[in-house]
Ligand binder design. Structure first.
Ligand SMILES: [Zn+2]
Length: 491
């Protein structure tokens, strides 16, 4: 696009009339102490969602066609910390939360023979029949982790839930899993014994069961031998882990495109609005004077970019439609975007691009950094948009951090949608970034609001230029997500 045509449009486009005061007000509200770090499922998080929805409404965006509200409910489950318990195998006590831990289940006190059932899976199509000829009624089932064809940590954990379900249906009284994952065991115990939030189990094809489910360190030969010995019996007593449903929302706002031919297609503008909470929830140092993880940079900043887009694009829509999606649960493992990508409100194969905004912070206000810029086919538009607001674009700083796969964009990339992350300016993930990243010091007072405005304008203008393209952006040939794109966009 020639510079003269930018100059011509400048006067007319609402993006050029956005103000620093409005951007500042949004950020000061979303990152305020009153929202208590916007932790998923808590009041501050719900207030942030409400604020975003009502601002989208005010700017003239609407719920997605067919929806009556701006909210998409994301069903989540909070499971309490693994409490006290005892596991004794053939009179040998195992150390709780060291040799073994309770991964799920109600309080119990039981003693029963241990029966081995392979992977503990059944699937006729795949020929898995681990329970064939094995009677587990009233017994403790012992299984291996994973399956013959699941070896990534995420798959092993997902199949673990399925095993619990099957063991419960077969009438077992408890499930012991010899857990082997390519992750150090002490990291497994640290992460899985504390209270945690995940997508509710019903959403992964299994209903909840109260069956006590134990992971034993399956990489420890002594423990494997003990459990696999003939005529093993075990005593298990546990306080159980409390499980409760909690609710949080993705906020989805729609702006219909202006071109009758192209408006069936759309782009997704996304940013997560949740953060980590307050005090020990934050997992980082805090003091009595400042215990709130405000998340001004991470990611009230990106939310302001979404709000700016809503304001500017609703007034003067681009050719394709725009879905503005503020997602929850990012800090707990990209949960809101994962849920959305599997339960999308509009057909994903009509979505030509996702411009995500997220960031740890910035240390160079003359640039924006775009994770995945060279992979996702819209470099020209992004660079042109940044330039209009006096910003250069740095592609993929800190490749060693693997940032592309660490934010919500990855859940859209997995589906095949070209999805870079537009992030505040940094060239290196250095001390300057770390001093605020997930720290209580990430406060609104320390934000450069002039930069926030320019960043949001560049984001908004890039979104417009991409939504106005004649052809859809394509992954760079050979990219690891290119195959998914071929499946998604079948002609
Ligand atoms: Zn973030």
């Amino acid at each position: 696009m020639a510079f003269s045509s930018f100059a011509q449009q400048k006067k007319d486009l609402p993006v050029f009339n956005l103000t620093k005061e409005v951007a500042e007000a949004h950020l000061r509200f979303l990152a305020s102490d009153e929202l208590m770090g916007r932790r998923t499922g808590e009041m501050g998080n719900r207030v942030a969602a409400r604020y975003l929805a009502e601002q989208f409404r005010k700017y003239g965006a609407t719920p997605v066609p067919g929806q009556s509200t701006f909210y998409q409910t994301v069903p989540l489950e909070r499971i309490g910390a693994s409490g006290k318990g005892e596991l004794v195998v053939n009179n040998e006590p195992l150390r709780n939360n060291e040799d073994w831990m309770l991964i799920a289940g109600d309080a119990a006190s039981l003693s029963a023979p241990v029966v081995y059932a392979g992977y503990g899976l059944e699937d006729t199509a795949k020929g898995w029949e681990d329970y064939k000829g094995v009677d587990v009624k009233g017994k403790i089932v012992l299984v291996q982790s994973g399956s013959p064809d699941n070896q990534t940590p995420a798959e092993i954990i997902a199949s673990s839930n399925r095993k619990r379900q099957i063991a419960g249906e077969k009438g077992a009284v408890a499930l012991i899993e010899l857990f082997t994952v390519p992750i150090p065991w002490n990291i497994v115990t640290r992460n899985f014994t504390r209270d945690q939030i995940s997508l509710a189990q019903g959403n992964e094809g299994a209903t909840r069961t109260s069956l006590p489910h134990v992971w034993v360190n399956g990489k420890e030969a002594r423990l494997t031998r003990l459990l696999r010995a003939a005529n093993t019996t075990a005593q298990l007593s546990t306080e159980g882990r409390k499980s409760e449903r909690i609710v949080s929302h993705n906020v989805a706002a729609y702006i219909q495109g202006s071109d009758p031919k192209l408006r069936d297609e759309y782009i997704i503008l996304s940013a997560h609005y949740d953060h980590v909470g307050v005090g020990k929830q934050g997992g980082q140092p805090y003091t009595a004077e400042d215990s709130i993880f405000n998340g001004a940079r991470d990611n009230a900043f990106g939310c302001v970019a979404l709000l700016s887009s809503a304001e500017a694009l609703a007034k003067n829509p681009p050719k394709r439609s725009v879905l503005i999606l503020a997602v929850t649960g990012e800090e707990l493992g990209l949960l809101g975007s994962r849920y959305y990508a599997s339960n999308s409100l509009l057909a994903l194969n009509k979505c030509i691009f996702n411009l995500n905004s997220d960031g740890a912070g910035y240390n160079d206000t003359s640039i924006v950094s775009v994770i995945g810029l060279d992979r996702t086919g819209a470099k020209a538009e992004i660079e042109a948009a940044a330039k209009v607001f006096g910003l250069d674009v740095v592609a993929d700083p800190s490749p060693e951090q693997g940032l592309f796969d660490r934010s919500d964009n990855v859940n859209f990339a997995i589906k095949g949608i070209p999805s870079p992350t537009f992030t505040p300016g940094f060239r290196k993930f250095d001390q300057d970034i770390m001093k605020n990243y997930h720290q209580v010091s990430d406060n609104p007072e320390t934000v450069d609001f002039g930069y926030l405005l320019k960043f949001s304008q560049a984001y908004t203008y890039a979104a417009r230029l991409i939504a106005d393209r004649t052809t859809a952006p394509q992954w760079t040939a050979g990219d690891k997500y290119e195959e998914a794109a071929k499946k998604l966009y079948v002609k």
